[in-house]
Design a protein around this ligand. Structure first.
Ligand SMILES: [Ca+2]
Ligand SMILES: [Ca+2]
Length: 271
């Protein structure tokens, strides 16, 4: 009897928690990160190549939407480190405080190669930032390292393997996952700077997330989210207009997906 009741309860919880929550009304949302306060912080490009209409928006735990910082160009990748947000904004990286004040963290001139299309950003435990430049979306892409000292170096240059890097994610053992716009999922070993392809077929690859060894990859072009585990990939979500840069919630129970063309943010419970 006890087992049956538990079963019924689990069924109810399962049904309630396994529905997507969708928040709408955003202008070209590109990337998301959950903050220390449990709010979701979102970059909104506004109109592409239109200056100063980009902004950072906060969705609090009750779903209330407010503007954190504005006057940006085309903000994209967004990540938290020590309660500050680091965001790529076309050809620079900016730092945003939670009170909304912001400044340039790595300006265009501090890059050893002129950035063309800064895209994703992520951070190592020691505060080093990894930043992708998707180049012309065909080739010429770069991966930059921005050290805490502010020094910017090129980690990887466009080559036969890295063409137009988009999503980037540090993982265990000094490795980085990179998804290329052309569809390849790459693993870079930071100990020897070797890059290997571990999967492909994610055309228009945008964001990356990882939970217990399962990698989640969004395809902007296909409007899909894939999972990749044990050497195999499968679609777990589809029907987006442009699934942009995804992120996991801090407790890793939910995947957060901004849809750039639909102007929505979907919060999807993971099994
Ligand atoms: Ca803009
Ligand atoms: Ca991106």
């Amino acid at each position: 009897m006890r087992k049956i009741i538990t079963g019924i309860l689990l069924t109810i919880i399962f049904n309630v928690s396994y529905s997507n929550e969708i928040i709408s009304g955003f202008k070209m949302p590109e990337s998301v990160a959950e903050g220390p306060d449990g709010s979701i912080y979102l970059s909104e490009i506004g109109e592409r190549d239109k200056d100063k209409d980009g902004k950072i928006t906060k969705i609090d735990k009750n779903g209330k939407v407010s503007t954190v910082a504005e006057g940006l160009y085309d903000p994209k990748g967004i990540v938290f480190y020590n309660d500050k947000l680091y965001i790529t904004d076309r050809d620079a990286v900016i730092e945003v405080n939670l009170d909304g004040s912001w400044g340039v963290y790595a300006g265009t001139m501090s890059f050893p190669k002129t950035p063309v299309f800064l895209n994703d950003i992520d951070v190592s435990e020691n505060g080093d930032l990894y930043v992708t430049d998707t180049g012309d979306f065909d080739s010429g892409g770069l991966v930059f390292l921005i050290e805490k000292s502010g020094k910017v170096t090129v980690m990887f240059e466009g080559n036969a393997k890295i063409k137009a890097p988009n999503g980037i994610l540090p993982i265990a053992d000094s490795k980085l996952l990179i998804v290329d716009w052309g569809g390849d999922l790459l693993e870079a070993n930071l100990k020897n700077n070797k890059i290997k392809k571990i999967a492909d077929g994610f055309d228009g690859g945008d964001g990356l997330a990882i939970k217990n060894g399962t990698i989640y990859i969004s395809s902007w072009k296909e409007g899909k989210v894939y999972e990749f585990k044990n050497g195999k990939s499968k679609v777990i979500l589809e029907g987006f207009k442009a699934a942009a840069d995804i992120a996991l919630s801090k407790d890793k129970t939910h995947l957060i997906i901004p849809d750039m063309k639909a102007g929505t943010v979907t919060i999807h419970p993971l099994k």
